[in-house]
Design a protein around this ligand. Structure first.
Ligand code: TYC
Length: 113
C-alpha cells in the first residue's frame, strides 16, 4: 500500500526543528579605562608639578604648564587615561616622587564611565 502523509510518522514540520537562528554577540568588550588626576594643594611648587607632568606623562613644557595651571585654578584635572595597570603605575610613580621630595601632591585614579 502507498503511504500518504497522514499515515507516515513524523513527516510534518510542526516539531522543533525549524531554523531558529539565535545570533550571539561575540564578547569583545574593551577593558575599562582609568582617568589619572592631579589634585591641587597650597604647598607643592608649581615647577615641581610641571616636572611631574613632563617626566611621568610625556608632556612638553608648554602642555605641562597649562595642565598644572588648570589644576591650580580648578582644583584638579585629568592628566591622562590609561589601562588599570598603567594608571596604577603612574599614580604610584607620582606619589612616590612627591613623597621623596616631601611635597603633599596627590595623584588619584578613577574608572572612566
Ligand atoms: N597650588 C600650588 C601652588 O600655588 C601649585 C600646584 C599646582 C600644586 C597643581 C598642586 O597639582 C597641583 N604652589
Amino acid at each position: 500500500m502507498k503511504l500518504d502523509a497522514t499515515m507516515m510518522a513524523n513527516t510534518s514540520n510542526d516539531d522543533n526543528d525549524t531554523s531558529v537562528i539565535t545570533e550571539t554577540k561575540p564578547k569583545t568588550k574593551r577593558p575599562p579605562m582609568y582617568k589619572v588626576m592631579l589634585l591641587n594643594d597650597d604647598f607643592t611648587p608649581m615647577e615641581f608639578v610641571v616636572l611631574v607632568l613632563e617626566r611621568f606623562f610625556g608632556l612638553n613644557h608648554a602642555q605641562a604648564f597649562e595642565i598644572m595651571l588648570t589644576v591650580h585654578k580648578k582644583g584638579l584635572a585629568v592628566v591622562g587615561v590609561f589601562s588599570h595597570e598603567i594608571a596604577e603605575t603612574k599614580v604610584g610613580q607620582v606619589m612616590d616622587f612627591a613623597r621623596r621630595h616631601q611635597h603633599p601632591l596627590q595623584c588619584t585614579m578613577e574608572k572612566e564611565e
